[in-house]
Each structure stands twice: as C-alpha cells, then as structure tokens.
Write a protein that binds this ligand. Structure first.
Ligand SMILES: *[C@@H]1O[C@H](CO)[C@@H](O)[C@H](O)[C@H]1NC(C)=O
Ligand SMILES: *[C@@H]1O[C@H](CO)[C@@H](O)[C@H](O)[C@H]1NC(C)=O
Length: 428
C-alpha cells in the first residue's frame, strides 16, 4: 500500500493525469502532537532526592537503565496505593515564586524520550501494548496510506505536566518544547523537498500548536504549514478540570483513589490551563454549585481558594489567565475533528461534606471529557474572520480518547489527510 492511494481521474489530458499520479506519491509530512499523558516520560533521581516513604526510596523502581533513567509515565505499579503516592509525589510540579516558573520535584530529573519519532506515543507502556495503546492505531492508519516514521511521519512528545505562560513570564520547559517543535517542522519540510507540513494534534497538543503558530511570523507559517488538524482540542477548557482540582479524578486509571492523586493533579500547570475559559463558557453560567456558592468560569480564582488550593491563584491570574485570552486565528487552514453525543460533565453539585467527596454530576453534550462548547470554540470565535479557513467535522458517539482508535473516527481522519494532500492539484 505504498503511497499510491489513488489517482484522480478527474483530469482530461494524459499529461495532467501522469502528473497527478506522480504528485499523489509525495505526501505532505505529518507531525503528531499528543495530548495530556499521551507520551512516555522518563525520570532519574539525584543525590538530593528525599524519599517521602520507605517504599518510595531511591531503589524504586528497580528497573533503571545504566544511567539511572526509569519510565515515570506510564508505569502500571501506580495502581497499587503505596506506589500511587510515590508516583504522585514524583510527578508533582512546584511553582517557584523567585523564578516565576514551574519546576520538578527536588532531586528529580525528567526527559522525554524519542523526540521526533512516533515511538514514545504509540503505547504508554510498551510492555502492556494492549491496554496502553495511545496513537498506535492512528499511526498504523497513516502508514497504510504511505506515511513512514522518520521520513514523512514524525512525533513531538513533550512533558505534558508543564504548560505555557503569558508574555513576560518565563516558561522554560514549555518554551523549549515549542522551540524543538519548530525545528522539527523545519527539518520535516526541508527533508521532504520543502513541502509544508500537516500538524496533527490530539487534545492539549492542539493548544500548544495554536500558540506555536501564533508565536511565529505569518511568513514562517505560510512557508512551513500546510494545514493544522486538531483532534478533540479543549480550546476553552473543561468542567471536568474543576472536578479534577476539587476532588481528584482518575478516569484513566480507575482503580486509583482520587484523593491520592489530587495534589499532583493540582500542581500540573497544563491542568490549570484547561480550567473553563469565561470567553467560551460565559461569565454567569454556574459550573459548580455548593450549599455556599456558585462558581462560573469567571470565578476560578475564588474556586481555587475555596477548594483549599490558594497557591494556585497567583500563577493562575498572572501566567494562565492572560494566556487563555489568546485564541488568535493563525491564518493557516484549520480542521477540528471532534467527538460529540457522549455525556460530559457540565455542572457539578457538592453537598454539605465539602470537596473531598466526589460530586453529583449533571451531564451535557461533548466527547465525554471536553464540553461541546469548548470543542466548537474556535469556530464561534473566528466566525467573522474572513482570512481564517476553519472546518469542523463531528463524529457522533466517539469519545475524547477513542477518536484515536475507533474505526469510524480513523476513517474520517484519514479521509481529511487525503483531502489535504490532494489540495495541490485538485482544481475546484
Ligand atoms: C534537525 O536537523 C538537524 C540537522 O540535520 C539535526 O541536527 C537536528 O537534530 C534535527 N532536529 C530535529 C528536532 O529534528
Ligand atoms: C466507533 O464509534 C461508532 C459511533 O459511536 C460506533 O457505532 C462503532 O461501533 C465504533 N466502532 C468500534 C470498532 O468500536
């Protein structure tokens, strides 16, 4: 199935037909940008690491490479409570007031393996391919139409715990990722005869891509970017994130006790970035209701105080909130492919016993994780923007993560990639 996905027989002259067949063999390179938790992370403990429990000592985990690196994410031992605590402590970020930036836990170094390749985003745990498959089915579908890892197909894994910050604030890890991604885009294009690339993101990856585009000049975008395809992107955040901050949330790993991971989840800068955006959810609509208060997307700072996470308020107000205002149209073609019709947390009700108990949830439309209004946010925000081509494709009944695995969804994604690749010579 190498490259020759089909010849367009819509042209009249033989010469044109030959040209079309030849052109169809050279694909626009694709760069995959995963979502939260969507690629492996490695850790290494230094002398200054302080164990918080006997189990969480420097010997754990036993399996490390010669230089001491081990897989921090994802490791299945996290489902056993004592290890959950150890894992959560190591995954926790710290906001450093003097640096005005987020940093790792003391004594922990981290790195993202295989940048540039699809390798670390196929399976979260390569020893448990079946249950931890992430982008593997999507990559396989792309390979079936001729894409080859390292030649026309690339991966941009990153440390998804970190986010970006508004202008004037350092964001060492996130900015370095955007820089590396930019170089990867230029390399992918240069090694494919100067063809501009297709950026294909999932979830949080879409927010990073949008900022990458808007932080580079229009001339750069026009030279290097063919199209941006965003799968399941939470443009305006999610109500789910308020649940995560208030009570902990463990959908991905159902056996884990939510409160054991709540501190770690609260510490993640990218989680804070995914709080509901008032521009999208409105300033009035109550998203969380308690016997004492109503919280809309405009009340996140107060919400952080009331749930017992006042440390989050300063970075939220200074770094994140102004960043969330920036959903600027990048003026390159954008396609959003989204799941709909899956019940998605829309309003959270907490009773008298506070935020430690899981709330009652009223559900609305979305992909099970992201609310429909957030999935559709760019389409509404850019409605009057004549210079911004945007298309939204809805796949009914497909969830936030199954969009990467479900046959119907994969078919829709591949069809869109084929359409983008054929744009060069289809005269319509
Ligand atoms: C880009 O290409 C340069 C030169 O070939 C290479 O040294 C570098 O590692 C590449 N970087 C990425 C991210 O692909
Ligand atoms: C994919 O999703 C569609 C829509 O929900 C569903 O009908 C179909 O059964 C799913 N396919 C698989 C293989 O799960």
């Amino acid at each position: 199935m190498n490259g020759s996905w089909f010849c367009l027989v819509t042209v009249s002259s033989i010469a044109m037909l030959l040209y079309t067949c030849q052109a169809s063999r050279s694909l626009h390179p694709i760069i995959l940008v995963p979502g939260t938790g969507g690629n492996q992370l490695e850790g290494r403990l230094t002398e200054s690491y302080k164990a918080t429990s006997i189990l969480c000592n420097r010997w754990y985990p036993i399996k490390k490479d010669k230089e001491g690196w081990f897989r921090l994410w994802f490791d299945t031992s996290v489902i056993l409570a004592p290890f959950t605590e150890c894992f959560a402590q190591r995954m926790t970020l710290h906001y450093d007031n003097d640096l005005d930036d987020y940093v790792n836990a003391p004594g922990l170094q981290t790195r993202v393996p295989h940048f540039g390749s699809t390798h670390s985003l196929l399976y979260l745990d390569p020893n448990l391919k079946h249950i931890t498959a992430y982008m593997a089915p999507l990559v396989q579908s792309l390979e079936e139409i001729g894409y080859v890892n390292g030649e026309t197909l690339f991966g941009a894994p990153y440390d998804f715990r970190y986010g970006l910050a508004a202008e004037g604030h350092p964001s060492y890890v996130g900015s370095k990722f955007l820089h590396d991604l930019k170089v990867l885009i230029e390399n992918a294009s240069n090694s494919n005869g100067g063809k501009p690339v297709i950026l294909l993101s999932h979830s949080l990856g879409g927010l990073f891509v949008l900022h990458l585009l808007n932080r580079n000049p229009l001339s750069w975008r026009q030279k290097y970017i063919k199209h941006f395809v965003a799968l399941s992107a939470p443009w305006g955040g999610t109500v789910q994130e308020m649940l995560t901050f208030a009570s902990g949330y463990t959908l991905e790993v159902p056996l884990v006790e939510p409160l054991l991971v709540r501190e770690e989840q609260r510490s993640s800068e990218s989680n804070l970035w995914l709080m509901p955006n008032a521009k999208v959810f409105g300033h009035r609509k109550p998203l969380v209701i308690t016997p004492h208060a109503l919280y809309s997307a405009a009340d996140i700072a107060q919400f952080l105080i009331d749930i017992g996470f006042p440390q989050g308020v300063h970075p939220y107000k200074s770094r994140i909130l102004p960043l969330m205002q920036q959903l600027t149209a990048p003026e390159v073609p954008v396609t959003c492919i989204i799941g709909t019709g899956v019940k998605t947390a829309e309003t959270l009700f907490y009773g008298g016993s506070g935020f430690d108990k899981q709330p009652e949830v009223i559900y609305g439309d979305g992909d099970g994780t992201v609310n429909l209004v957030s999935l559709l946010a760019l389409e509404s925000l850019w409605a009057d923007k004549k210079t911004q081509p945007i298309k939204v494709i809805r796949v009914s009944g497909v969830s936030h993560s199954s969009i990467l695995k479900n046959d119907t969804a994969l078919h829709v994604i591949i069809r869109e990639v084929n359409v983008i690749n054929s744009h060069d010579y289809v005269l319509d």
